[in-house]
Ligand binder design. Structure first.
Ligand code: A8S
Length: 211
């Protein structure tokens, strides 16, 4: 089965207002998802969209913290830096995933950390799992509300390219990875919402308090 092209289905989920803001970012960071090589037939790509009712200043610090993915990523139990401190391209981290997955660890290299456009990208370079050559790009985009122009919210985009593991189909791979990414992005929204509720930043701990 021919993999569907990313663009039309994705655009269907975005409003005109969002699209005009996001177009340059999509073209620059989320578009080169179909590498023009023969290997392309063996890769799976996708793009996920998550809206968060908060300004980028509340979302980007969480996403950009390459050394602390467990703040919002669902299946990550621990993270240690194995090269650099996460502040620049080339830093590497080793994440340990929770049990029950077909994986234990993943070694990941920071490929893009762009504070101006709020874009982070990493590549899987090792570890014990089945997602070879996984590369993702996450961008945090602030959009002006078309209901009330003094309000802003975020559209977080996450695209990925991954090699289809031997013995798996394109559909299996896409379902597996889309599910992980969707959960991560939903959790990111929950963390941002919990932070704004408690007037604190970057912690992501939901605490019960009486004020
Ligand atoms: C991310 C995205 C993904 C992480 C996958 C897709 C992973 O950490 C998990 C299970 C695996 O089988 C592969 O942004 C791997 O982290 C949760 C260990 C890489």
């Amino acid at each position: 089965m021919e993999p569907p092209k990313v663009q039309p289905s994705m655009h269907a989920h975005l409003t005109q207002q969002e699209l005009s803001t996001l177009q340059p970012i999509i073209q620059r960071y989320h578009q080169p998802m179909h590498p023009p090589t023969s290997a392309a037939t063996n890769t799976c790509t996708s793009l996920m969209v998550q809206r968060i009712e908060a300004p980028a200043a509340a979302v980007w610090p969480i996403v950009r913290a390459f050394d602390r993915p467990q703040t919002y990523k669902h299946f990550i139990r621990a993270c240690e830096m194995v090269d650099g401190n996460g502040g620049g391209v080339g830093s590497k981290r080793r994440v340990t995933v929770v049990s029950g997955l077909p994986a234990t660890t993943s070694v990941e290299r920071l490929e893009i950390l762009d504070d101006e456009n709020r874009v982070l990208s990493f590549r899987v370079v090792g570890g014990d799992h089945r997602l070879k050559d996984y590369v993702s790009v996450t961008s945090v985009n602030e959009v002006i509300s078309d209901v009330n122009s003094s309000e802003v919210y975020c559209v977080v985009l996450e695209s990925y390219v991954v090699e289809i593991p031997e013995g798996n189909s394109w559909e299996d791979t896409r379902l597996f990875v889309d599910t992980i990414v969707r959960l991560n992005l939903q959790n990111l929204r929950n963390v941002v919402m919990a932070n704004s509720l408690h007037g604190c930043e970057g912690l992501g701990n939901l605490r019960i308090c009486d004020h």
